[in-house]
Design a protein around this ligand. Structure first.
Ligand SMILES: Nc1ncnc2c1ncn2[C@@H]1O[C@H](COP(=O)(O)OP(=O)(O)O)[C@@H](O)[C@H]1O
Ligand SMILES: Nc1ccn([C@@H]2O[C@H](COP(=O)(O)OP(=O)(O)O)[C@@H](O)[C@H]2O)c(=O)n1
Length: 674
């Protein structure tokens, strides 16, 4: 299961130039939540493979649990034991966040179950969920005899569904539902009404033009996997045959999310020019998801796409991309990605028939128009269309783009970082991607390239125990940047030298050890030659040895390239002695951190005590003063502030105050204003 992204107020993307490599997609949200509901209604246990782990699936899982389903995670495979069509729990208050794929089908299923088996259920969500219409579904359910009570604005969640045991539903006549606002209402009925198709056919008819048909196809496809073969006449009449019962298929695999694939298809079209393609795994041309047809739209704009079962491979074709006019009714979600691709087209791209954008996580037409304008595009919007003209080269602006708690806004706008003007993009509230793709930014940085000189660096240099490591780690965490603890490289060299019995004064031999250092950092731990040396690195012995070997010019030279390699998107915070003076002389912000020797000795003392190591404060102070002297008097890369460094004496500052000071300096240097 993926880790959730940290809540940070913004993530800055440096200008990006190219992309290649492989992305493994998380499971489809639409398939995941349908499969969960079907497994929850069926009898027996369904093993669900490759389920999406995200905000929207989490609220569905919580709901199933509250309703009495048994969920067991077995090494990434989720075993769901369903209700077999019988309510186990007759009262529950369910919180469904902003997940339309949970709210709509659960409303239908619980309305039907409460009306026939008795019970009372409330369904609520975040404030935005209470602005997303559900009236068409309620209007379809009430004539059947379902009791649906509006707890807020009529036609919107929250709702209460209730009924008494033994109730029957009026399903002899066709059930009518509107299909022109959201196809999710029809999907909800299709998923729920097999519950009452025991003795007679249940017929659903659609009023108005049905939009987003591919999503209804996913519903029909998954119903079939669970034993329910719906008969379809055109797109206006659906029959659930008498005797239909949910039968678990035993095992079911969730495809990768085709909408999530769209960002990487676009990435390939924009940035995989020459060399290796962007390869996407988890969804392919055989996908049952309608959004796979985004591939055709991307091809029309110039993308070169190949694919097979479960994979896609994308190169840049035409450049600039070709502006298109497209009716996007068949790919409502992925079409947003076309609006971002339009930033790189040779004219105005018009996306039409997208009125449903206005009732999604946010009003996506208004949001997209506002944020594309912020980066410099010219945008026209109407009730059901958007037209995007790319910025002229000098009209691109370094913008802080808002994301409206809408995952797709964040992912789409990230593509603006490939702009030819080489301006960075600030994504506000970036954790909204957790709705469907918690690891999105890691996946993006895994395949996107930036010129090293475009990747921002903050350096923190200073004497021992001044708090550099602590400050650097906190600043990196706050900004979502990589961290380089350069002292660890010298310490690791010291450990390896001791391990190999090399004479620490033999410059050539020590430099050879440094050049072959097999070092790996992962999740706050450090491995040297495959061994976890996180604690050994921090020992005083390793520190002393580091101080000795670091004075050797050939050793510093041998570790230089390794340090430069840490400069990767989205940015780097590097701490040490010569980060600002030698290794990253072009760093955008250089901090020289000091504290009085007395303070530093006391901090080190406390640090050692907290690790259960006894020490003498006088000896520590003598030790660190000796180290300061050696570090600042050596001929190569001596410890000293860079000329353009900002000095920070934190003798009387807390860690928090120091971090705030540095983040304040950083924001003053960023080009985003405010
Ligand atoms: N501003 C500060 N105020 C008080 N203690 C601090 C401050 N900064 C760091 N410390 C503490 O001092 C100790 C040494 O900090 P560390 O980051 O390891 O220093 P360095 O990397 O410079 O050797 C740690 O225990 C840390 O928690
Ligand atoms: N960029 C760097 C970082 C560390 N070093 C050396 O490596 C030793 C250990 O560095 P460190 O940052 O882990 O040490 P502390 O400040 O935590 O004591 C220092 O005493 C320096 O001599 C260096 O020379 N250049």
């Amino acid at each position: 299961m993926t880790a959730l992204p940290t809540h940070r107020p913004f993530l800055d993307l440096p200008p990006l130039t190219g992309a290649s490599g492989t992305v493994r997609l998380p499971g489809s949200k639409s398939i995941s939540n349908r499969v969960l509901l079907l497994a929850g209604l069926a009898a027996g246990t369904t093993a669900v493979h490759d389920l999406l782990d995200s905000d929207d699936t989490r609220v569905m899982l919580d709901a199933l649990r509250a309703l009495g389903c048994t969920l067991r995670d077995d090494g990434g495979v989720l075993h769901v034991t369903g209700l077999g069509g019988r309510l186990h729990v007759h009262e529950a208050d369910l919180f469904l966040g902003n997940a339309g794929t949970a709210m709509r089908p659960l409303t239908a299923a619980l309305a039907v179950l409460a009306a026939t088996q008795g019970g009372s259920f409330t369904l609520a969500g975040v404030p935005r969920m209470h602005e997303r219409p559900i009236g068409d579904l309620v209007d379809a359910l009430r004539p059947l005899g379902c009791q649906v009570e509006d707890l807020g604005t009529p036609g919107y969640p929250p709702l209460r569904l209730h009924g008494t045991a033994g109730g029957t539903l009026a399903v002899d006549e066709p059930i009518r539902v509107r299909g022109d606002v959201s196809s999710q209402f029809l999907t909800a009925l299709l998923l729920a009404l097999p519950l009452v198709a025991g003795t007679r056919d249940v017929v659903i008819t659609v009023d108005g033009e049905l939009i987003s048909r591919p999503y209804v196809e996913i519903t029909l496809n998954l119903l079939a996997r669970f034993g329910i073969e719906v008969e379809r006449q055109g797109w206006s009449r659906f029959t659930i045959p008498a005797g239909s019962r949910y039968l678990t298929p035993g095992h079911i695999h969730v495809e990768g999310d085709a909408s999530s694939a769209s960002y990487f298809v676009a990435l390939g079209a924009i940035a995989a020019d020459g060399g290796a393609p962007v390869r996407i795994e988890g969804v392919g041309l055989d996908s049952i998801q309608g959004d796979i047809r985004f591939v055709e739209a991307a091809q029309a704009m110039g993308a070169q796409v190949r694919g097979g079962p479960g994979w896609l491979s994308v190169h840049r074709g035409l450049w600039p991309l070709k502006a298109i006019t497209l009716d996007c009714n068949h790919i409502p979600d992925a079409a947003m990605t076309l609006a971002a691709m339009a930033l790189y087209a040779d004219g105005t791209t018009r996306l039409t028939n997208i009125a449903s954008w206005r009732v999604k996580e946010t009003d996506r037409i208004a949001a997209m128009a506002a944020e594309l304008r912020r980066v410099g595009a010219v945008v026209e919007e109407g009730a059901d269309f958007i037209a995007v003209t790319p910025p002229a080269r000098d009209a691109w602006r370094a913008a802080a783009v808002r994301t409206y708690d809408d995952h797709r806004m964040a992912m789409c706008l990230s593509l603006a970082a490939f702009n030819p003007a080489r301006v960075p993009v600030r994504i506000l509230e970036p954790h909204c991607v957790a709705k469907t793709f918690p690891g999105y930014f890691d996946a993006l940085f895994g395949v996107a390239r930036a010129r090293p000189e475009d990747v921002p660096v903050i350096t923190v240099d200073g004497p021992t125990a001044s708090g550099k490591g602590t400050l650097a780690a906190e600043v990196a965490q706050a900004l979502g940047y990589h961290l380089l603890d350069s002292g660890a490289l010298y310490r690791a060299t010291g450990l390896a030298v001791m391990d190999d019995g090399v004479d620490p004064a033999d410059e050539t031999a020590v430099a050879r050890v440094a050049g072959l250092l097999d070092l790996r950092f992962d999740g706050g731990r450090c491995w040297l030659r495959g061994q976890d040396v996180t604690d050994a690195l921090r020992s005083e012995q390793a520190g002393m040895m580091a101080s000795r070997v670091s004075a050797l010019p050939a050793v510093r030279e041998a570790l230089h390239g390794l340090q430069l390699a840490f400069r990767r998107a989205p940015g780097l915070v590097a701490d040490g002695r010569d980060m600002g003076t030698v290794v990253f002389p072009d760093a955008e912000l250089k901090v020289y951190l000091t504290a009085s020797a007395a303070q530093r000795a006391e901090r080190r003392h406390k640090q050692l005590i907290s690790k259960g190591i006894s020490s003498n404060i006088q000896a520590l102070r003598a030790d660190l003063e000796a180290r300061d002297l050696r570090d600042s008097s050596r001929t190569v890369a001596p410890l000293k502030p860079a000329e353009d460094a900002l000095q920070l004496d934190n003798s009387v500052l807390t860690i928090d105050e120091s971090v705030k000071r540095v983040l304040g300096w950083w924001s003053e240097r960023r080009p985003f204003g405010g």
